[in-house]
Every structure is written in C-alpha cells, then in structure tokens.
Design a protein around this ligand. Sequence first.
Ligand code: SAM
Length: 247
Amino acid sequence: MDSQKTAPRPLPDFKPPAEPLEIPAYLHDTYWWAYEHPKAPGFWDHGFMINFILLGNYNRLVRAVLEEFPDGISGDMLQVSCAYGRLTPSLEEALTEGGHLDVIDILPTQLDTVRKKLKHVDDKVRLIQCDATALNCPDNSYDHVLMFFLPHEVPEKERRMAMSEAIRVTKPGGRIIFVEFTNPGFHPFRLYERLVFLLFEPFAVDMWRHELTYWFPEGHNCITLNHETYFGHFFQKLVVQKPSDSH
Ligand SMILES: C[S@@+](CC[C@H](N)C(=O)[O-])C[C@H]1O[C@@H](n2cnc3c(N)ncnc32)[C@H](O)[C@@H]1O
C-alpha cells in the first residue's frame, strides 16, 4: 500500500516586520476615526453600517469577488488590507483543500478584528502586519491578489506603489482583483457621494477621474479579463492578469 503523502506546498515567503511599522500620515490624519481608533471596529464593523456606506451593495460586492472563484480558491491568495464585514471569512470559507490566504494590513487593530472572525488562522490563513506599498515577500508569490476598496483611501503616490507591489507579487498568469468606486455619471447618488468624499474621503474622487489602470506601473502589460460595474455604474470590479511571460 502506498502510504506516502505529498509534501505540503511551501507558502509564500512573507516576512513579518522586524520592528513595528510606522502608521502612514494619511491614515492617521484622515482615517483615524475609521480604522485606528480602538473603538472604530466596534462602531463600524456591522453589516448594516458597511451596507450603509456602500449604499446597500456590500453583499453584492463581496459576491462579485467570490464569483471569480466558481470552484473555490486554490493556490495562494493575498488580500491587500483588511476590510470590515464578512469579506475575509467568506474568502476563508471559499478556500479549497490546498488553498491558502494571506491578509496584510498596516494596523494591528484591523488584523485583530479579522482574527476573531476566522476559523483557521495560522493554518489556512495568515494575518501579517505589512504596508501595502512595500510587501515583504518575493516577486511572483501569489496566484490571486485582491484589493477591496483600498485604492480610493490612499493618496496617489501610495496608490501607485501599492498597485505596483500587487503586480510584482502576483505570479505570471495570476490575477489581481480590484473592487472600487467608479465614475457614476449622472447617478442619483452622485452629489451625495461627492459630499461624503469631500467630508471624509479626500482621495476617493480620483476614482471618478481615472480608470484603475491609470495608477499601474509603466509597461505593466497586464491583460483585462473582466470589468463589470454595479449599482448603475457606481462601483466596479476589475480583474487583470499578469502576463504569463513576465518575470
Ligand atoms: C481596505 S480599506 C477599506 C475597506 C472598506 N472601507 C471596508 O472596511 O469595508 C481599509 C484598510 O486599509 C488599511 N490600509 C490603509 N493603508 C494601508 C497601507 N498602506 N498598507 C496596508 N494597509 C493599509 C487600513 O488599515 C484599513 O484596515
């Protein structure tokens, strides 16, 4: 009888920070109330709150991510920054036998909030403190990379760096999935959202000005596999593939 087991696949070589990371000024100054304040998760991390912020579209947008994995998530996946709600637990549930998920965030509070919702931390899912603009892992590490509403929250320079890093760590032929705001045109909620951006999310209006690929690094050569919009062109999902022949 063949009792040999196949050796476990080595996980991406993601190194935790050698010393505590500095919280970026934009995050501390602009979003302290949303993510950094110790009471922020208790206040915001409820289905109705997130649905309110996303105008009733939260579940639909999480589903939009999962639809990219009709057979479950296999291989290695990276979620670049935490999100409130059920996104990460849903990704965990969608992992196949050999599937693995790494979640990074710069704020330990956010990682702790996600940790409480997961069943397989340190086994099928790793939570790692890291800055999205400087991912501490080798090139070509992941089969799938997800950015769920991160680009609109960071200033242009950091957005470009984070996107460049996401592409760098994706394996050739792997996919990067973005879920974000997009220019809603003459949408009934346009003025409302513009006011929200003015008051609370100063970098988000950039999402109305450019396609997400505008912030990709020069010569990226990524191929668009899927681009869909939701809620009357208010939100978008963009799925790109890193060329198989890239290094
Ligand atoms: C993904 S975004 C927004 C998600 C969405 N608003 C929600 O919570 O459903 C929020 C997260 O991004 C994290 N973040 C912001 N800048 C970051 C950076 N440079 N590196 C890693 N995480 C970052 C914040 O700490 C926060 O946890």
